[in-house]
Every structure is written in structure tokens, then in C-alpha cells.
Ligand binder design. Structure first.
Ligand SMILES: [Zn+2]
Length: 122
């Protein structure tokens, strides 16, 4: 009984040791195991770019076109990760006001530089 228990325990321990834990990454520079959330490797001090989540880029033109053509339904707001505003637009689309605002927003998106747009909505 006791023998069996210890055997299975050592087997699982071996398996766990081989598996790469999901909360760990390996340093690109020295290969040392570092925490996934670590910004800098504690051993060699190299920045861990992979650990930072890449910012999702939104297309300025796509948002502008959505705002101009489907602005009254708030589609551009959903596209820009503002579902609350999107729902508000959707609720009032019959008043034509969101359509007008959406059209204006579309023009604003078009007049902004990519950098400004990314800064605000990216
Ligand atoms: Zn390192």
C-alpha cells in the first residue's frame, strides 16, 4: 500500500517537472525561467517583450467607415471596444441622432493622424 503510493507520487512529480508551467516564460537572453508577468529578467536584466500583451491595433479607416455608414447602430463603438456606447447608439438609432453623431465621428476619425487615433482609441 505504502509502496504503491510513493511510486505514483514520484511519477506525477516527474511529469510536473517536465511540463512548462503556464505562468512562466523563458528569458530570451539567458534562457532562465522567469515569471510570465516579469517585465525584466531578474538574472540578466533583459526586457521580456513577449511577456507584455501586444496592444490590439484598430484601423482608423475601418472605424471611420463604420461610423459614417453604420454609425446610427453604434457599430464603430463596438469596433473600438466601447460596447456601452454602442448599445446607447443602438437604442436611439430611430431618432437619427446617433447617425448624425456617428457621421461626424467618422469625419473626425478621418481627419486624425494614425498616431493620434492610436493614442485615443488603439
Ligand atoms: Zn535573462
Amino acid at each position: 500500500m505504502v509502496k504503491k503510493k510513493s511510486k505514483s507520487h514520484s511519477r506525477t512529480a516527474k511529469r510536473a517537472g517536465r511540463e512548462r508551467r503556464s505562468d512562466e516564460n523563458f528569458c530570451k537572453s539567458c534562457g532562465k525561467r522567469v515569471d510570465r508577468r516579469a517585465y525584466i529578467c531578474p538574472k540578466c536584466g533583459v526586457k521580456q517583450h513577449d511577456s507584455s500583451k501586444p496592444k490590439s491595433k484598430k484601423s482608423r479607416i475601418a472605424a471611420a467607415l463604420l461610423a459614417i455608414f453604420l454609425g446610427s447602430f453604434g457599430v464603430h463603438k463596438f469596433y473600438l471596444d466601447k460596447p456601452g456606447w454602442g448599445l446607447l447608439y443602438l437604442c436611439f438609432f430611430w431618432t437619427y441622432i446617433p447617425g448624425i453623431i456617428g457621421f461626424i465621428e467618422g469625419i473626425i476619425y478621418l481627419t486624425k493622424s494614425d498616431k493620434d487615433f492610436e493614442h485615443i482609441y488603439g
